[in-house]
Ligand binder design. Structure first.
Ligand code: GLY
Ligand code: MN
Length: 464
């Protein structure tokens, strides 16, 4: 946990922002895999962690702004807990660490809320992403399930997003701690990958490295020679000579701050001519996009800049044609980059996405584009000092998409489908870094991870 004062200050600011009513926070519970006692590893809700700091299942909390009360609902460890899982600190210990004076048994939450409802007081709650917490909210507040989401508090979402978007020095340190391990995971993957090996052997080694440090991953690794599958969940391929791998993997810090890094490397330590050309176009786009990350700049403009750089590079390779800015304005580049440039990162790898992507990355005036590709951009609004964002352009050759667009004769004036035939089995490339916006520019967080063609080749030709 951070210092107690951090949590007190964060809750004080919430009270100031919301001014009145009751703020309801639900922590996460243990989730069973296949029967109640066999659970997935526990992951606390990030907003609960942010405001209360307590990394335990079975908790809820309220802030009654009008009565100036903060109450944690939970229970002390029982003898059963001590026998099966060992001695645990008391609830009071956690209250002290979080700066709380009041705690109560879990079943008292219903009574507190019932009383407030009787008095027609406003109870603010956030969107829920776990079915069990959705049911809990509906039961506690007597909401008809189908309408649950209509009752979430927009002002509560806004106040949470406003605070969590700006990372303090300590939070940035946490992300950099996660990056230290992530950097080692990427170096290990580059060094150990060899033709003839299964992708899952490398994924397991990266996970083992993280776990040996007592730390988990911030999301399931994407590690594949089929890099054109954007969120490929499988790791079953045997790596072959000439393949390139997309490795999108990141560890959490002990306090659950995420890192999210992608590197692309050749299995046998040497990019082919074609791979070098495409990779170089991408690297140039990523570096230009990073340099454009500044306070006041709208992230959708950084996205467009990256797409324009990619389109210009693909133009010079003969894969695209015509006027670059017209092609990008029309959305032709999205054949190669059908996703957004990046997202915020913090306690969640896609920070605060559980509260609603549009409430995090968009505003009343900066609205989501409907254009294919850009419609997936998670962050569009103006950057502010303290934001930490990912910059992760990619270039992919996705056969199903190419076939569909070609059959439709889509953007024939901007895309050379004949030339693309030679790239059908190329796969994909993506490069991703985590970038802090500061007062007068930006800083790529963590120690540099091999990224130029020469650096990547040098590391991936090393043998473990
Ligand atoms: N790390 C996967 C993503 O950002 O979507
Ligand atoms: Mn990412």
């Amino acid at each position: 946990m951070f210092e107690t004062s951090t949590y007190i200050e964060r809750r004080d600011r919430l009270k100031k922002d919301l001014q009145s009513g009751i703020l309801l926070f639900l922590g996460n519970d243990l989730s069973p895999m296949n029967y109640p006692e066999n659970t997935y590893p526990f992951r606390q809700d990030s907003t609960f962690l942010y405001f209360w700091g307590i990394d335990l299942p079975g908790l809820a909390a309220i802030i009654d702004i009008d009565a100036n009360r903060e109450i944690l609902f939970g229970r002390d460890p029982t003898l059963h807990d001590m026998v099966w899982t060992g001695p645990q600190p008391s609830l009071n210990h956690h209250c002290l660490k979080s700066g709380l004076k009041e705690s109560a048994a879990p079943d008292q939450l219903q009574g507190e809320l019932k009383q407030a409802l009787k008095q027609s007081r406003r109870i603010h709650f956030l969107p829920q992403y776990r079915p069990e917490n959705l049911i809990k909210i509906q039961t506690l507040l007597g909401i008809v399930p189908a309408f649950g989401k209509n009752f979430v508090s927009k002002s509560f979402i806004k106040a949470v997003v406003a605070q969590r978007s700006i990372k303090s020095r300590e939070e940035v340190e946490q992300i950099e701690t996660a990056l230290e391990l992530t950097s080692a995971m990427h170096a290990l993957a580059m060094k150990m990958s060899r033709a003839g090996m299964l992708e899952q052997e490398v994924v397991a080694a990266m996970a083992g490295l993280a776990e040996a440090h007592g730390i988990g991953a911030s999301y399931p690794s994407i590690f594949s020679v089929d890099g054109q599958i954007l969120h490929n969940p499988r790791h079953e391929n045997i790596m072959q000579q000439g393949d390139i791998i997309i490795n999108d993997s990141g560890a959490e810090s002990r306090m659950h701050y995420a890192s999210d890094i992608t590197r692309t490397f050749p299995v046998d330590g040497k990019f082919t001519q074609k791979q070098t050309e495409i990779y170089t176009v991408l690297l140039n786009a990523q570096l230009k996009a990073i340099a454009a990350v500044m306070p006041g700049v709208e992230y959708r403009d950084v996205h467009t800049l990256a797409c324009s750089q990619i389109a210009a590079g693909l133009n010079s390779l003969g894969l695209m044609k015509g006027d670059v800015s017209e092609a990008v304005a029309a959305g032709a580049h999205a054949l190669f980059m059908p996703h957004g440039l990046g997202h915020m990162i913090g306690l969640d790898v896609h920070d605060m996405e559980g509260l609603g992507e549009d409430d995090v990355g968009y505003t009343d005036t900066i609205r989501r584009s409907h254009q294919f590709g850009t419609s997936h951009l998670r962050l569009a609004r103006a950057l502010e000092p303290g934001f930490v964002v990912t910059v992760e352009p990619g270039i992919y050759f996705i056969p199903a998409l190419i076939d569909q667009w070609q059959a439709q004769g889509k953007f024939e004036n901007f895309i050379d489908y004949k030339k693309i035939e030679n790239y059908r089995d190329f796969g994909g490339v993506r490069i991703e870094d985590n970038v802090l916006v500061h007062d007068n520019g930006q800083r790529v967080l963590g120690k540099p991870i091999a990224k130029t063609v020469a650096e990547v080749e040098a590391l991936s030709s090393q043998i473990l």
